[in-house]
Design a protein around this ligand. Structure first.
Ligand code: NAD
Ligand code: ZN
Ligand code: ZN
Length: 337
């Protein structure tokens, strides 16, 4: 099968002909139809995070496709051959650590991550754990389901933990793959919304998606947000400590700063005094659970979200990485196998 492989960290990806992987017990083989390009895939291929991905990584954790085969064994699997499923970042969780038992499988102490610790969906086929793929409703196209599988569920969950109220203001910083969906979820939660980006087309996209206010991060962001009355929740999708600090400075008393972007520079300096005197919470948030993803598919089925994508060929993966880094893409690129 065709797959995009990271030959070594920091090197361009190579399109290779590799054997179709074989599912083990409890696993399924999925014929991939679409896979979104998450900014995480770029961090992974470059080895930018404190924990390194597997060797000869096949990235991709927004895969959607049809189950073609199941692994050996007589386990009763929750999915069947022929079913269309999504293959999210959380490839597997143990199911019995304290986090898993508490409903926080995303913080499992022994997780597998698709497209990071196990091969992902930048390929014609992928192997996934039957327990952790998520069925895609017929009413959701594969091309829409792909970005919902990471960008959607991550911002949905990030907002859920910060719980913006109808009378509050939620700010989404970065209106890219994640942020364009985060903005829509913030509206669904009923709060007033502010969108921040540094590219004209993203600011226009935020307006089109119904942002109440749009702030150009290249200008005097702080003064503009202050004039709008500050914010109660700030969801920062940009992998930039400076953007995180600016969002912290915009928070009202009892404000919640949700960190989602994962900068290569793994340090963030925040003022303690303002954090304490305003009772600010700083919350890290990683993707979402299988239930959260099912919620995202349901919201989309009900016509409440719009997924902005452009289709691409896997062969163009390196050019696509450059386009995303330049901020030139309309929200999410999706590889069509
Ligand atoms: P993206 O490149 O699609 O979007 C980033 C957006 O930020 C772009 O629209 C860009 O124009 C904008 N931007 C850049 N600098 C800015 C600034 N200073 N102020 C405001 N906007 C700015 O990326 P993405 O796929 O949405 O991913 C974003 C980050 O989230 C990455 O670091 C990724 O690894 C991380 N991520 C985290 C999780 C998680 O579970 N926590 C899940 C997925 C992705
Ligand atoms: Zn992702
Ligand atoms: Zn666990």
């Amino acid at each position: 099968m065709k797959a995009a492989v990271v030959p070594s960290l920091g090197a361009p990806l190579e399109i290779r002909d590799v054997p179709v992987p074989e599912p083990g017990p409890g696993q399924v083989l999925v014929r991939i139809e679409t896979c979104g390009l998450c900014h995480t895939d770029i961090h992974a291929a470059r080895g930018e995070w404190p924990v390194q991905p597997k060797d000869l990584l096949v990235p991709g954790h927004e895969g959607v496709g049809t189950i073609e085969a199941v692994g050996p064994g007589d386990d009763e699997l929750p999915v069947q051959v022929g079913q269309r499923v999504a293959l999210p970042w959380l490839g597997h969780a143990c199911g019995h650590c304290r986090s898993c038992v508490a409903g926080w499988e995303t913080y499992c102490t022994a997780p597998s991550y698709m497209g990071y610790t196990m091969d992902g969906s930048y390929a014609e086929h992928a192997v996934a754990w039957a327990s952790h793929v998520v069925p895609v409703p017929d009413s959701v196209s594969s091309r829409d389901a792909s970005p919902l599988t990471c960008a959607g569920v991550t911002t949905y969950k990030g907002l859920k933990v910060a719980a913006p109220q109808p009378g509050e203001t939620a700010m989404v910083v970065g209106i890219g793959g994640l942020g364009h969906l985060g903005l829509q979820y913030a509206r669904i939660f009923g709060s007033r919304t502010i969108a921040v980006d540094v590219h004209d087309d993203k600011l226009q996209l935020a307006k089109d998606l119904g942002a109440d206010h749009v702030v150009d991060g290249r200008g005097d962001q702080q003064a503009e947000i202050e004039a709008l009355g500050g914010v109660d929740v700030a969801l920062v999708t940009v992998p930039s400590p400076a953007a995180m600090r600016a969002a912290h400075a915009a928070l009202n008393p009892n404000g919640r700063l949700v960190l989602v972007g994962l900068p290569a520079d793994n340090r963030l300096e925040l003022p303690v005094f303002e954090t304490v005197l305003k009772g600010i919470s700083v919350i890290g948030s990683l993707v979402g659970t299988r239930n959260d993803l099912a919620d995202c598919f349901d919201l989309h089925s009900r016509g409440l979200t719009r997924v902005v994508t452009e289709g691409r060929r896997l062969e163009d993966v390196n050019a696509c990485f450059d386009e995303v880094l330049a901020g030139e893409v309309p929200a999410r690129l999706v590889f069509e196998m």
